[in-house]
Design a protein. Sequence first.
Length: 573
Amino acid sequence: MRDADYVIVGAGSAGCVLAARLSEDSDTRVVLLEAGGSDRSLIVQMPSALSMPMNSRRFNWGFQSEPEPFLDGRVLDCPRGLALGGSSAINGMVYVRGHARDIDQWQAAGADGWNYAACLPYFRKTETWTGGENSYRGGSGPLGVCAGNEMRLNPLYQAFIDAGNEAGYPVTEDYNGAQQEGFGQMHMTVDQGRRASTAHAYLRPALARGNLRVASGTLISRVLLDGQRAHGVEYWKDGHRFEVYAQREVLVSAGCIGSPALLQRSGIGPGEVLAKAGIEVVHDLPGVGQNLQDHLEVYFQYRCKQPITLNGKLNPWHKALIGARWLLFKNGLGATNHFESCAFIRSRSGVEWPDIQYHFLPGAMRYDGRAAFAGHGFQVHVGPNKPRSRGRVQIRSSDPGAHPSVLFNYLAHELDQRDWRLCIRLTREILNQPAMDYYRGEEIQPGIGVVGDDAIDAWVRQNVESAYHPSCTCKMGADDDSGAVLDAVCKVRGIEALRVVDSSVFPSITNGNINAPTIMLAERVADMIRGRPLLAPVHAPVWIDPSWQQRQRPGVAKRPLMDATGRVDETGV
């Protein structure tokens, strides 16, 4: 374990991809280090058990935010994966690439070459889509992607899509294809009934290679530097200190929280932060740990008048039946994350591409799987996806076992607060369309009394939760961007032989769950590291509402959106 060509820190969504791709070259020696252990557990592999590994300290680092000043001082959980597969072993398995314009934004922000046309062939390379290969979707990649049970097991999924259409929004056949905007089926990283983490899709098939070594249970304390060049890492295992050396490069894939913290412990980061933590400054790089972004969401819940929801499946008898069917056949309610329909809409006219996302769930419960009330219900997880507020990650000391200080500054920007007001009103309008009449009972939350700006603001501050998409803390950027940590090939500025490859490198967060773009990014950077020609850009068309500057949605709602006083709000048309 003392010598390799490449040392990869973190066997998560990006690290497993890098290990698999770099070790394809038989003359290249790769060492992959992971702080967690094995992901071989039924609660990890079974899709419907998704809340269990996330709520287990065995699989979750258990990070938390500082008291958030614009959320009434609340402390929010920030779970990150602690096992082979990283956060792809504990996430909700929702597969969303983001909108094409999100990727184009990266290039506009100074990440040269990172545009949608350049990244589309790598999205295709990552996946095997059960719907078949086409200009947008892959048919022979490692990552299995499907649409769950194709909405067959509950009519509420289709009712939600129909309600969106009645409200004037389009229906999209594939939000990961030409048209993100609209209502449709949701896709998930589930492969033949099992969670398709990157450990399952990429790492496990590569483990038999003699040139790939994996060490779990390793706590990385710092990157070893010889002047301004990285030449290895120091780590702790079973109470003993070890070093492993990289002849070519050190690749940091420890995630949005772990990667900036490791750089800072290594003396790379904002000088003031390092000095306060007692770390000698090797390279004063102000952007390390800055630019933190995340998505917030709320659970918009209704009682259901028909006894068809998941709330009726939470007793031990039904859980046993679901589990037995999954164990025997890998299908049924155990083989899905239950988010089988979704939507992406624009919050107002003048917004070019979607900035609000919906996950529909035919049940009303908390993320830990417990029902909040007796009887049947349904909910949508919803929130604005293009926040302007920015946070930071800062170490407190050189101790690799100490959690860093994480402050998101959620809702610090006034426009983020405005977007939430629109989001609540648009959601209520959608769920009150005729398609939901047969099912919709009493609004549980926010509650019919939450209508005015002040009431919505107060309810949001007390009820929003992280959607668990932290990112952007080691961003790529241009040479003249003082906040850029990396160049366009993910090399750390001012340090040789050191790259960061994970969701922390995004200049800005995408409109959707971040696992898919993280895997894509690692595939593309793997080609850069290997010196291979990049895949040719694919200039596939992308649908944008031609009247986006004049209207919030393509159609006209059958029921106009009302403001708090009962007057028609023109932003809803």
